[in-house]
Write a protein that binds this ligand. Structure first.
Ligand SMILES: NC(=O)c1ccc[n+]([C@@H]2O[C@H](COP(=O)([O-])OP(=O)(O)OC[C@H]3O[C@@H](n4cnc5c(N)ncnc54)[C@H](O)[C@@H]3O)[C@@H](O)[C@H]2O)c1
Length: 342
């Protein structure tokens, strides 16, 4: 049976101007929850896109939505925010995203993803009404694992990018805070999310822009890559269902450790049907009605060859089946893109 969130809840959404955070905030507002969104509106990509997402959320939320420009790295402000508001749920999507950029600007990942995550987690100890804290982890924690599909029980101590290392580190920190302070936490390992209002640094966005401009698209590792592309609407529905499923404090250990009681949980959120990069381009070309000019380039450091989510645990917990095929999702994405940039 589908569980629901407590009515009249006040929910903190971080990264509220981001791709996934804004879609989640908008959906929560459509259910009449009170949402406070924070974001530092950084310039990793075009700030106008972030501002436009916020406008859409403000229109959806009216008086139920408040946006505060705030940096997760600003510990005292985060503490003050959580002291002044009695949040029932925290949905933490604010982070420095992107695998490749973590080679260029590693410090940004330590600041937002480690210090920022710590600030929010530590301040959450003061939330007496907090029912559940859900945060974004990533499929990248599986690194170069060949054990496909990736299951949550896999050892994730071999991240191949600093981005992945920060996400794996968040999972460890969450376990500790749940163990020590009883905070119910779920880390969702998201698999390549795409769709309307998406991120310009990701494949769908970059490829589409270049196809329309008749520029060459770069295909890594001769196209010998697979991704478990996951449509934004399915991610939003999944995160909301997970948010309603509050983890119990159980002895979570299955490896023989003592004293491993924690209400911290990890779940994959992915389509569970990986597609090769060439198939992806082929479907995108059909949606646009135009051929791509392709340049094959070598494998990039920090990247992984394949991702594939084992969704058994998620389905068992929520009963939700992913609905959106790549054909349908990319069609919606192309339609949004062409009307947004017309
Ligand atoms: N999109 C994907 O495919 C994908 C896959 C796996 C994991 N994730 C994770 O999901 C989350 C959301 O990703 P997204 O695709 O929406 O990315 P995004 O970059 O669009 O959104 C992240 C938002 O966080 C904000 N932010 C960054 N650092 C901040 C800070 N220090 N203080 C306050 N705000 C800050 C940014 O301004 C941005 O608006 C991230 O944690 C990301 O790592 C995304």
């Amino acid at each position: 049976m589908k569980k629901i969130l407590h009515p009249n809840s006040t929910i903190l959404v971080t990264g509220a101007a981001g791709f996934i955070g804004s879609a989640l905030a908008e959906r929560l507002l459509s259910h009449n929850f009170f949402v406070i969104g924070i974001d530092n509106l950084n310039e990793y990509y075009d700030v106008n896109l972030k501002l436009d997402r916020l406008k859409r959320t403000e229109a959806a939320g009216r008086e139920n939505f408040q946006f505060i420009k705030m940096d997760l790295c600003d510990g005292p402000s985060i503490k003050g925010l959580l002291r002044d508001h009695s949040f029932d749920y925290v949905v933490h999507m604010g982070a420095q995203a992107g695998v490749r950029y973590s080679l260029e600007n590693p410090q940004g990942y330590i600041d937002s993803n480690i210090q920022g995550f710590f600030n929010l987690l530590d301040a959450s100890k003061s939330l007496t009404r907090l029912k559940h804290f859900v945060y974004a982890s990533s499929s990248s924690v599986y690194g170069g694992s060949k054990n496909l599909p990736f299951s949550e029980s896999e050892n994730v101590s071999r991240p191949v990018s600093l981005y992945a290392a920060t996400k794996a580190c968040n999972e460890l920190m969450a376990f500790t805070y749940s163990h020590l302070h009883g905070i119910p936490l779920t880390g969702v390992r998201l698999f390549t999310v795409y769709g309307p209002w998406g991120r310009p640094d990701m494949a769908a966005f970059g490829f589409l822009r270049k196809i329309l401009a008749s520029e060459e698209i770069e295909i890594f590792n001769n196209g010998n890559m697979k991704r478990d592309f996951t449509f934004i609407d399915d991610v939003v529905e999944s995160v909301l269902r997970v948010l309603a499923e509050i983890p119990l404090a159980l002895d979570t250990d299955t490896h023989g450790y003592e004293n491993a009681e924690s209400s911290s949980r990890i779940l994959n959120i992915g389509n569970g049907s990986p597609v090769s990069l060439m198939e992806f381009v082929d479907i995108l070309e059909k949606c646009v009605g135009k051929k791509a000019r392709i340049k094959f380039v070598k494998f990039q450091p920090g990247d992984v060859k394949s991702t594939f989510a084992d969704m058994t645990e998620f389905k068992h917990l929520t009963g939700f089946e992913f609905r959106t095929s790549l054909e349908v999702g990319l069609k919606k994405f192309v339609s949004w893109y062409t009307s947004y940039f017309k």
